[in-house]
Design a protein around this ligand. Structure first.
Ligand code: HEM
Length: 416
């Protein structure tokens, strides 16, 4: 093992140190072990794929499946301990399934997330943003995650689904607890209890919408379920949970990580404030440079696959490290430099292939509108604490901050 290797290996993917800056480890893996096997704390093997070209090719390769049943023989599958029923139901969602179920489920909701449909939400999103900024006005400092980055996407997705506004905060607490560990580790007892509560909540809401349909996505899906052959009840539940969680746990990190990135690159911040028409490109660069989804959700090899000279046996769990692919110098010139007007920015922050993010038009719209409004209203926004004091959430798949304390004004008259 050379000196450079010793300094970055081994690493703990859940540690604060790693979450704060995983990029040196990824640079090392890309150079020395682009197809790297490590283990989770529970002993489960996990392959990390870190080069852009490899991540791209795996995303398009149907030998890598999402549903573990398609990677194991029936006998092997039966030897795995069964998950509690509620989790079996939650896993009937498009992100955890393969063709043809994936296609059937995605087709049902695809239309509601096309750019054309999402653009109709523009005025309502603007209103939500303005209300949040109004509440911040008058404060000297706020936690930007708590006051802005979190409430915006959860309000939008909750309204789109048709969750009553008064239940939004309950959801936020549930979802927060649920994503800790993020799908690859077994849930603890309290997470299991939350899953049961979430399932019960949704079942009640389905019944209410069945009797009195509204103009929302849950009402539309309940009607599809009633027709019988395209969506069963577990799938309906799984769809609602996926959309709710994917719809806000990710965008919060785009807003939080993106803002932090601007604080860390003051010259880029000034450039952006000077010309807000650069915002769409800046959001793409934030997605690349500080990817909100660090790794795609698990895939499994349905046969032994050779990747970059390494053989991954059948039935292994494979994680595509999007944050690393997005900093691969083979794809991006000067990848470690944040450039809001970067040309040719084909990042993989939303994935690729059949599971390409369904919500990307919504995430982009929310991101662009949020940064525009925030920089207009609070042009003197500053980070309140040294970067080293920021705490990152302990999560394998997502990368985001617990809190982002900011000062809203220069407060130049204070003390006069
Ligand atoms: C900045 C915000 C977001 C990022 C970075 C992001 C990222 C991703 C990524 C990387 C995937 C693919 C995962 C994989 O292949 O394993 C994905 C899938 C998905 N995303 Fe997003 N997402 C964001 C926002 C949203 C929003 C707002 C929604 C709204 C509902 C959403 C819904 C989904 C769904 C349903 C899938 C599964 C698609 C499928 O399996 O066909 N996402 N997202």
């Amino acid at each position: 093992m050379n000196k450079e290797t010793k300094s970055v290996l081994p690493f703990d993917v859940f540690s604060q140190e790693f979450k704060t800056n995983p990029y040196p480890v990824y640079a090392h893996l890309r150079d020395h072990a682009p197809v790297y096997r490590t283990e989770l704390p529970d002993g489960q093997g996990m392959w990390l794929i870190t080069r852009y070209a490899d991540v791209m090719s795996v995303m398009k390769d149907n030998r890598f499946v999402k549903d573990i049943r398609n990677a194991l023989t029936k006998e092997e599958f039966e030897q795995i301990p069964r998950k509690p029923e509620v989790l079996e139901q939650f896993s009937q969602n498009m992100l955890d399934l393969d063709v043809p179920d994936h296609t059937r489920l995605r087709t049902l909701v695809h239309k509601a997330f096309t750019p054309r449909y999402i653009d109709q939400l523009h005025d309502r999103i603007e209103q939500i943003i303005d209300e949040l900024l109004d509440t911040m006005e008058g404060e000297e400092e706020v936690d930007l995650i708590h006051s802005f980055a979190y409430p915006l996407p959860i309000t939008v997705i909750a309204e789109l689904l048709g969750i009553p506004p008064e239940d939004k905060n309950q959801f936020r607490a549930w979802s927060d607890d649920l994503v800790a560990g993020s799908g690859v580790l077994d849930l603890d007892d309290s997470q299991l209890a939350i899953s049961v509560a979430l399932a019960e909540y949704f079942r009640k809401l389905f019944a209410i919408r069945r009797n009195e349909p509204q103009d929302d996505l849950i009402s539309a899906l309940v009607q599809v379920e009633e027709q019988g052959d395209r969506l069963n009840e577990s799938e309906l539940l799984a769809m609602a949970v996926l959309l709710l969680i994917a719809g806000h746990e990710t965008t919060v990190n785009l807003l939080g990580n993106g803002m932090l990135t601007l604080f860390q690159h003051p010259e880029q911040m000034e450039k952006l404030k000077g010309d807000l028409s650069l915002i769409p490109g800046a959001v793409e660069e934030m997605l690349r440079f500080s990817s909100p989804v660090e790794m795609a959700t698990p895939r499994f090899t349905s046969e032994a696959v050779e990747l970059n000279g390494t053989i991954i046996p059948r039935g292994e769990m494979v994680m595509l490290v999007l944050a690393s692919a997005n900093r691969d110098p083979e794809q991006f010139p000067n990848p470690e430099i944040m450039q809001i007007d970067r040309q040719e920015n084909r990042h993989l922050a939303f994935g690729m292939g059949i599971h390409f993010c369904l919500g990307s038009p919504l995430a982009r719209l929310e991101g662009q509108m949020a940064f525009t409004a925030l920089l207009k209203r609070f042009p003197n926004l500053q980070l309140k604490v040294p970067v080293e004091e920021l705490i990152w959430r302990s999560n394998l798949v997502l990368r985001g901050l617990e809190k982002l304390p900011v000062v809203l004004t220069d407060n130049m008259y204070k003390g006069l």
